[in-house]
Ligand binder design. Structure first.
Ligand code: KG4
Ligand code: ZN
Length: 352
């Protein structure tokens, strides 16, 4: 079964073709970064217009590089949200048009859940689900810091999220204070490698045992004050130490919450999946290996940030996990509204 994935939620237009949920036939990304760079962040109007001009040629290129024809597509999967509405609308409208023209079913997919399937794609084709689930899954991106308990590849039980800024957003804001450009994560990570991790005592946020929520606004304010003190005194910024101390605590907050979550979920997790743009961070991988006693899976770098292979992979899982009745309804359905709500659904964790 070949699934076409379409992703346009933020500043990357992405198209992928994935066979049976695991084999990536092609995964193409058209980055808009050059268009947003001069504004220091993503401009929604520019993002939407740029998706509009790149989506059709990218689709044609993906079909060509996968070596298939449009008629070989069995299911069309598109990011339904969350994301920038103008940007999402381009992908969704394209997907609806294609579904209608090719007479192929269309499935909307949750972008955050898709990120987790970026990590699952990285597991390769041979690892059985029984060795991975139940698991804990963490998505740390520019917009979200969500921790899930997952009983299966399509069951997302939300344990906690951020009260304020997301982890990646905090990397971006601290990078902006340090004039490192956007996105901030990679620049901070590069500088941090030469710094002292405990040069500055960055406060521990949400450091109580019984609360799994995340918070990044306190760390951000601490860094802003620290940086301002240097600037007011006209002193040179110790960039490497600042980046290293900040990065260590920003990531350790997540590690602590994962360890707390392990003991409250109904069944002992067999693994930890870490996904989203922040999962590209190498120190994050080291910290997980050092401090978490679960087998941890991070996506290959190409599936950490936004891509469409993760969207196609999750849609395939949704399709497989449904009973025959729903599946035949999906197969016969070309209309968006005919989809049941399950692809978007996540459950709030109930400790009872
Ligand atoms: O998942 P993603 O590509 O897009 C969203 O859905 O938001 O995540 C982008 C975020 C940005 O905030 C970026 O600074 C952060 O991921 N990021 C990193 C690294 N690479 C990207 N954060 C820390 N370390 C990195 N190496
Ligand atoms: Zn994303």
């Amino acid at each position: 079964m070949i699934v076409l994935g379409i992703e346009s939620s933020c500043d990357d237009t992405a198209i992928a073709l994935v066979e049976n949920g695991k084999k990536v036939l092609s995964s193409l990304i058209s980055s808009q970064w050059d268009e947003h760079k001069k504004f220091g962040g993503v401009v929604p109007e520019i993002a939407a217009r740029s998706h509009l001009s790149s989506i059709t040629p990218l689709f044609r290129q993906a079909i060509q590089s996968a070596g298939i024809s449009e008629q070989d597509i069995d299911l069309i999967a598109v990011t339904q949200g969350p994301g920038l509405i103008g940007a999402l609308l381009v992908g969704i409208s394209f997907a609806k048009g294609l579904s209608s023209a090719l007479q192929k079913p269309l499935m909307p997919v949750n972008h955050i859940h898709g990120h987790i399937h970026g990590a699952i794609l990285g597991l390769g084709q041979d690892l059985p689900d029984e060795q991975v689930f139940p698991c804990l899954a963490l998505v740390a991106s520019g917009g979200h810091t969500n921790l899930y308990y997952m009983k299966s590849p399509v069951h997302f039980s939300l344990l906690s999220a951020t009260k304020d800024d997301a982890c990646g957003e905090c990397f971006d804001k601290v990078a902006k204070l340090l004039d490192l450009g956007y996105p901030g994560g990679p620049a901070i990570e590069r500088l941090a490698t030469d710094g002292q991790r405990h040069a500055f005592k960055v406060p521990k946020a949400m450091n109580h045992k019984d609360d799994l929520m995340f918070s990044y606004s306190g760390i951000k304010t601490f860094m802003a004050n620290l940086i301002n003190q240097y600037k007011l005194k006209g002193q040179e910024l110790p960039l490497a130490d600042l980046c290293s101390s900040f990065q260590e605590e920003a990531l350790m907050q997540i590690i602590r919450k994962i360890n707390q979550a392990k003991s409250i979920v109904p069944e002992k997790p067999k693994s930890l999946l870490i996904a989203g743009g922040v999962a590209a961070n190498q120190r994050f991988r080291q910290l997980a290996a050092e401090h978490v006693s679960l087998k941890s899976y991070f996506p290959p770098l190409k599936y950490c940030s936004d891509n469409a292979a993760m969207i196609a992979a999750l849609a395939w899982q949704h399709f497989q996990q449904q009973d025959d009745k729903i599946r035949s309804a999906l197969e016969g359905s070309l209309i968006w509204d005919a989809f049941p709500r399950y692809p978007f659904e996540e459950y709030l964790f109930d400790p009872s």
